[in-house]
Design a protein around this ligand. Sequence first.
Ligand code: GLU
Length: 327
Amino acid sequence: MCGIVGAIADRDIVPILMEGLRRLEYRGYDSTGVAVVGGTGKLTLQRAVGKVASLQKLLDAAPHGGSLGLAHSRWATHGGVTEANAHPHVSCGRIAVIHNGIIENYAAIKSELTAGGYDFTSETDSEVIGHLVHSFVVQGLDLREAVQAAVARFHGAYAIVVIDAEQPDRVVAARIASPLVVGLGEGENFVASDVQALLPVTRRFQFLEEGDVADVRREGVRVFDASGAEVERPVHESSLSADAVERGEYAHYMLKEIYEQPRAIADTLSERMVDGKVLEAILGPRAAEILPKIQQLHIVACGTSWHAGMGVIPVLPRPRRPPRLPR
Ligand code: GLU
């Protein structure tokens, strides 16, 4: 699982995006990136393999600023851990997209887009999103309509956030199976994978439902359901403060970890399951090729992880060859 933050405001949103990424670090990730539309209307992009701190270093060396933007922490499923595969992905210098999850039918869409003249610069499934949205925008759809048309083509689990440098008054977000919240500010609005990312800037949230598309502008947010009808999603006031969030309402951290296990497992798997089955691709780009060849599985752990490992052994298939025992 990994992180998404998007913002539209009348101030520089880069520090908000970066703080959001730091607050989502607990979810695990392998690379990060940020795309911003600055005052000149130009889209700038910065990506880095490794920690949020590595991205921050690049930004400190070559500052980016703007009042519209998005940031991502990636957990690779399609393609290696490289800067080119890190999000955001940009189409034709104007559409920037971030994505959590897996677009299962990306290969067919990629062939179509390649035949239509789009160049792909990454190995990810996610890159089709930006190009497909771009192809609809140049046909005359506005950004929200283009995202609605694009998501109608996708099978899989995803949270997506898109901006267009030529429509700098909005951020458009969509979700199926991956979590996404809208954070409501005064004259500024935000989206993120969870509320923790946005607590420094707001306590008011709308939780998007399955298939929702949100058109997020400075002055307000409109939400459309999977059928395209405009809907009202309730506004929740979070009682968490920005610094209490680590421990939340729990008396101590161990209690928090125990009670959060079901939610943590559900959150981790939600964007990696389709039709009740965990997608093989979460184990890496070559999973389908490697998994059938596995003969033995070693679980190396101590403490709680050791107990969890012991729990896995009875449900594993029997090894094809008896394991060699040490003398
Ligand atoms: N499937 C996408 C990729 O490999 C998104 C992974 C994620 O959820 O971070 O880039």
